[in-house]
Design a protein around this ligand. Sequence first.
Ligand SMILES: Cc1cc2nc3c(=O)[nH]c(=O)nc-3n(C[C@H](O)[C@H](O)[C@H](O)COP(=O)(O)O)c2cc1C
Length: 281
Amino acid sequence: MNEPMTQRPRFRGYAPGEDNPVLETLLAHRSVRAYKNAPVPEHAIDLILEAALRAPTSSNLLSYAIVVVDDRELLEKLCAVCGNQRFVAECGVLLVFCSDILRHIHVCAERGYPYRGDQINTLFVTHGDAVLACQNAAVAAESMGFGSCMLGNVRNDPPAVSDLLALPRYVFASVGLAIGVADEDMGLKPRMPRRVMVSRNRYSSEHMEDGLAEYDETMRLTGCYLGRREPVNDVEPDYVDPFTDETYGWIEHTARRLGGDNQLQRRDLGAFLDGKGFSRR
Ligand SMILES: Cc1cc2nc3c(=O)[nH]c(=O)nc-3n(C[C@H](O)[C@H](O)[C@H](O)COP(=O)(O)O)c2cc1C
């Protein structure tokens, strides 16, 4: 890394009309789930990893590890156990960000201290570290013009992912990041109105109802739910969906998702983490 790139920038990029390429990248973010059959050049992967490893890390514990996956056969296998989303098999490269306490266990044992990180806070710390590094990688990739999509589906079948990536005890896959040459542009996905998400000095849910209604309509109008509704579980075979394309929006979609059978698919994650040596206490 050459010297100028490691300098802190001077205050800039916030006055009206001033360029700010970092903000441009951040504000242009959209997930990409279709990739051209084209590699991500090795020097680009190298810079993406450099950016990932530059992410802040809780107490400088560096509680994560990154597995770079570019073996096509392995990508196919991962695709099969990560929700069968084709982009996993077809991306240029998949980075898997793992929560990792192996090194912590090692240094404590080596220096003769008991490892006292066996508490739920460690899960927040390690998963947080992994996700932050993942986001840095995503921003870096997008800044170079590549598309990316995070992959929480690495937690659909944790034992299978763990086996495929040879993750030892004390390491589990927190999140993946598919990167590649985009073969789609879905445009920006609308966000919840700011008044719902942001308050000042005190938390406020004052605008929840009206903001949700507004967002429901905004999302409905994108057409993203047409032919892509969440199923309703536990209903009679002759159940007729009372929602029309004019009434089915983010609220119904999200409520069905959170109240549906798909929420059950990761219910074994806790027991899996116990087995990996991550405490839930
Ligand atoms: C932690 C995390 C995990 C995600 N996992 C998946 C995934 O497994 N599959 C997928 O298609 N998208 C996944 N996404 C992408 C989200 O669906 C996407 O960010 C969200 O719908 C907003 O769309 P946008 O990123 O295009 O703005 C994930 C995003 C995050 C932050």
